[in-house]
Design a binder for this molecule. Structure first.
Ligand code: ADP
Ligand code: ZN
Length: 633
C-alpha cells in the first residue's frame, strides 16, 4: 500500500554540519545533553524511544531531523493548544510546519493538504483521532507518501498509550496501525515519563522495532529546590516572591484554596489568576493564555494546570500545600525553567499537611460498605512517605528525587537548600532511645500502640486511656515532657525514614521495633535531627543561594535597564503578531543582547537564539532599540 522511501541520508552529517543546521534553523550554538545522539539516530531512519525530562529540549530532537530528512514528518500530539504553539514557534524560525485539526475553517484544511502534497511543508502536526480516521490513514497519507515521502512518525507525549501512565488516551492504543500501514516509516516516540513499565508499554503498543533507547538524566540543574517550614510568615514570603517579578505558579490542593489565595494576592496588588477544573473551559483557556502572554505574572492553580503549558520562562513554582506524590511534585516543580535559565522551586511544608494527607487517605473507603480500600490506602501512604522523605530529609534534595527515578546521584548538588545552608544537626539519640524503649516495654506486655499514645506516655499526659492502661507506671512515663508533641512526632517520622522504626500500614497504625531500632537501643547507632532554621540562618541561606545561582550572568544597572527595554519591545512585537513573547525570543537571548549590545546585524546574528529567520524578522528592530538605548545614556 505504501512505496519504499527514498534512501536515507548519509549515516552521520558530522558535527560541523549538524551544528550549523542547529544555528541556522534554531539559532542555538550547542546541543543540550542527549540531543545530538537522538538526532543522529533519527537520521539513521530507525525507530527510537527517547525519554527526557520536561525542559530537556525534546522538540528539537525530531524537528531538526525533520528538516534534514527528505519528505514530511508527521507529528502526533495530544493537545491542540500545544500543536498551535509549536507550529507558531517553528514558523517564527522560518520552518515550514502546519497542523490539521477541527478548529480550521472553510477550505483551510484542504489548502494545507495541497501544500503538503506539493512538498511545501516539512512537519505536519495532528491529534491521534485525526490521524487514525480511515480516509486520512488509508487515503491522504498514502498519497502523501507517494508524492513526497513520509520521513517519520513522531509520537509526542508517547506515555499516553499506557494505562500505567498518568494521561492515558484510548486513541493512542490504535497507533500500531501506523506500523501496519507504513512498515518502512520509522516511528519516534518521545516522553517525559520515566517508569520502566510505561516504557515497555510504549514499545509494545507502538510496535517499535529494536528502537534506539535514549534515557536522559532527570536532573534539572538549573532548578534550585527549597523546602521551607510553614509559619505565620509563609504568605508574606510568597508575596515577596510574587513581587520580585518573573512568571510563577502556585500549586494548591483544592479549588477553594486556589480561589482564596488568588483573591488575597490580587488584594495585595499582584496580577494573579486562578486555574482549576471547577472553572469552565473558556475561562481556563483565557486565564492560561493571559499567563502565557505575560499579561499576568502569577497563576494560582490545582494540578489541573500543567500538561499543555509550554511556557518556557516560568521562573518559580511554589507548592503551598504538600503534593500527593513525589513524581507529581517533580513534574509540577519541573514546569519552572524549561528554558534552562535558573528558576526556584519552593515547597512549603508543616505538620498540618501530614494530618490533612492522612485524613484524605482515611477517606478512601468503599462507597457502599464503608470498608477501607486497603490497596488504595497502602498505595497513597507509600506515596505520602516518599513525599515526606523528600520534605524532611537533611540530605541533598536532588539526590532524593533522582534516587526515586532510579538514578545514582549522591549529592551534594550545590543547588538545594540543604546543600547550600549550614544546617545545625542535633544529636537526638537519647530521646530516640526513650521513645523506642517505651515501645519495647509495651511489646513485653504484648501491647501495641500508635504514635499519639506513645507520645502521651513520654510527655506524661493524664488521659483516661493512659490511666486505665496503667501506663503511668512505665519507667519512661513523663521522661520527655521537655519536648513538644510536634517535636516527638518529627522524631517518629525521622526514625521511620531512616528505617529505625516501623509503622503498620493497614488499619490502625501502630509503631513496631525493627532491627535498626535495636541498634539505637544498644547505643550502636546515633540519631541526628536537623534543627528548625533560625532567623540568622535564613540570611546566610539567602546569600549562598544567590551565589549558587551564579550561572545567571549578573547584569549591571545599565544592562538591566536595556534588558527591560528589550523585554518591552519583545512584548510589543509579540502582541502585534498575537503570539506569546517567548515565541519572539527567550529570556536568555535578551540577556545576551543586553550584555553584548550588538548594534549591527552581523553581531546580532551571533546572539544565541538568533537563527536566520529571527535575524531577518527582528534584527532591525532590536539593534535599533539597542542603538537608541546606548545613545540615551
Ligand atoms: P520539552 O518538550 O522537552 O519540555 P522543549 O522542546 O519545549 O522541551 O524545549 C524547552 C526549551 O529549551 C525551549 O525554549 C527550547 O527553545 C529550548 N532549547 C531546546 N534545545 C536547546 C538548545 N540546544 N540550546 C538552547 N535552548 C534549547
Ligand atoms: Zn542538593
Amino acid at each position: 500500500m505504501s512505496l519504499p522511501l527514498p534512501p536515507p541520508p548519509a549515516a552521520s552529517l558530522g558535527d560541523p554540519q549538524l551544528l550549523s543546521a542547529l544555528k541556522t534553523h534554531f539559532g542555538f550554538d550547542a546541543f543540550r545533553p542527549g540531543q545530538e545522539a537522538i538526532v543522529r539516530d533519527a537520521l539513521l531512519h530507525r525507530d527510537l524511544l527517547a525519554i527526557m525530562p520536561t525542559g530537556g529540549g525534546k522538540s528539537l530532537c525530531f524537528q531538526l531531523p525533520a528538516l534534514l530528512m527528505p519528505g514530511v514528518m508527521i507529528v502526533v500530539s495530544p493537545l491542540i493548544a500545544l500543536m498551535q504553539d509549536q507550529v507558531r514557534l517553528l514558523a517564527d524560525n522560518g520552518i515550514a510546519a502546519t497542523f490539521l485539526n477541527s478548529s480550521l475553517k472553510g477550505s483551510e484544511g484542504s489548502e494545507r493538504m495541497s501544500a503538503l502534497l506539493r512538498g511545501e511543508i516539512k512537519l505536519l502536526y495532528l491529534a491521534p483521532e485525526r490521524l487514525l480516521m480511515a480516509d486520512f490513514l488509508e487515503g491522504f497519507l498514502p498519497r502523501l507518501q507517494q508524492a513526497q515521502g513520509i520521513s517519520a512518525f513522531t509520537i509526542d507525549e508517547a506515555h499516553c498509550v499506557s494505562e500505567w501512565g498518568h494521561d492515558f488516551r484510548p486513541e493512542y492504543r490504535q497507533m500500531h496501525l501506523l506500523r501496519r500501514h507504513f512498515p518502512e516509516v520509522p516511528v519516534f516516540a518521545f516522553t517525559a515519563t520515566a517508569t520502566v513499565r510505561v516504557r515497555a508499554d510504549i514499545v509494545r503498543q507502538l510496535a517499535l522495532i529494536e528502537p534506539a533507547l535514549h534515557v536522559a538524566s532527570f536532573d534539572r540543574p538549573n532548578l534550585f529546590y527549597t523546602v521551607t517550614p510553614k509559619s505565620s510568615k509563609t504568605y508574606g514570603a510568597l508575596l515577596t516572591q510574587a513581587k520580585k517579578g518573573g512568571a510563577g505558579i502556585v500549586y494548591c490542593l483544592s479549588r477553594k484554596r486556589v480561589n482564596e489565595l488568588t483573591e488575597r494576592l490580587q488584594g495585595d496588588g499582584i496580577a494573579a489568576l486562578p486555574y482549576h477544573a471547577g472553572l469552565d473551559a473558556e475561562m481556563r483557556r483565557k486565564n492560561q493564555d493571559t499567563f502565557i502572554r505575560d499579561d499576568v505574572g502569577v497563576m494560582v492553580a490545582t494540578v489541573a494546570f500543567g500538561m499543555g503549558i509550554n511556557k518556557p520562562d516560568v521562573r518559580w513554582v511554589v507548592h503551598y500545600e504538600l503534593p500527593k506524590s513525589l513524581e507529581g511534585y517533580y513534574q509540577e516543580a519541573g514546569r519552572a525553567g524549561r528554558d534552562g535559565e535558573p528558576a526556584q522551586c519552593t515547597l512549603y511544608f508543616g505538620p498540618g499537611d501530614i494530618l490533612t494527607a492522612e485524613f484524605f487517605i482515611a477517606q478512601k473507603v468503599h462507597p457502599a460498605t464503608g470498608e477501607p480500600l486497603v490497596d488504595e490506602q497502602r498505595n497513597a501512604r507509600q506515596q505520602l512517605k516518599q513525599v515526606l522523605d523528600y520534605a524532611e530529609t537533611s540530605a541533598c534534595r536532588r539526590s532524593v528525587q533522582l534516587r526515586y527515578f532510579g538514578e545514582d546521584f549522591s549529592g551534594p548538588c550545590g543547588a538545594c537548600d540543604n546543600c547550600t545552608s549550614t544546617r545545625v544537626e542535633e544529636d537526638w539519640t537519647v530521646p530516640a532511645q526513650q521513645l523506642l524503649s517505651t515501645i519495647a516495654r509495651l511489646a513485653k506486655l504484648s501491647q501495641r500502640f500508635g504514635a499519639g499514645h506513645i507520645i502521651e506516655i513520654l510527655r506524661g499526659a493524664k488521659t483516661e486511656k493512659l490511666i486505665r492502661q496503667n501506663h503511668e507506671a512505665l519507667s519512661t512515663y513523663g521522661i520527655g515532657s521537655d519536648k513538644s508533641a510536634d517535636e516527638w512526632r518529627h522524631l517518629v517520622r525521622v526514625l521511620k525514614h531512616q528505617n529505625l522504626l516501623e509503622e503498620t500500614q493497614d488499619g490502625y497504625p501502630v509503631l513496631l521495633l525493627n532491627a535498626g531500632s535495636w541498634l539505637v537501643l544498644r547505643g550502636l547507632q546515633t540519631v541526628t535531627l536537623v534543627a528548625a532554621p533560625k532567623p540568622e540562618k535564613e540570611k546566610r541561606e539567602k546569600k549562598s543561594r544567590s551565589k549558587s545561582a551564579a550561572e545567571v550572568p549578573v547584569l549591571g544597572s545599565a544592562e538591566e535597564q536595556l534588558f527591560q527595554r528589550l523585554r518591552t519591545l519583545r512584548k510589543k512585537l509579540a502582541d502585534e503578531q498575537g503570539v506569546p513573547p517567548y515565541v519572539v525570543f527567550a529570556d536568555a537571548a535578551l540577556r545576551a543582547m543586553a550584555q553584548t549590545q550588538p548594534t549591527s546585524l552581523t553581531t546580532f546574528a551571533e546572539i544565541p537564539g538568533v537563527g536566520a529567520a529571527k535575524l531577518a524578522h527582528y534584527g532591525e528592530a532590536f539593534t535599533a532599540e539597542i542603538i537608541e538605548a546606548i545613545a540615551a545614556r
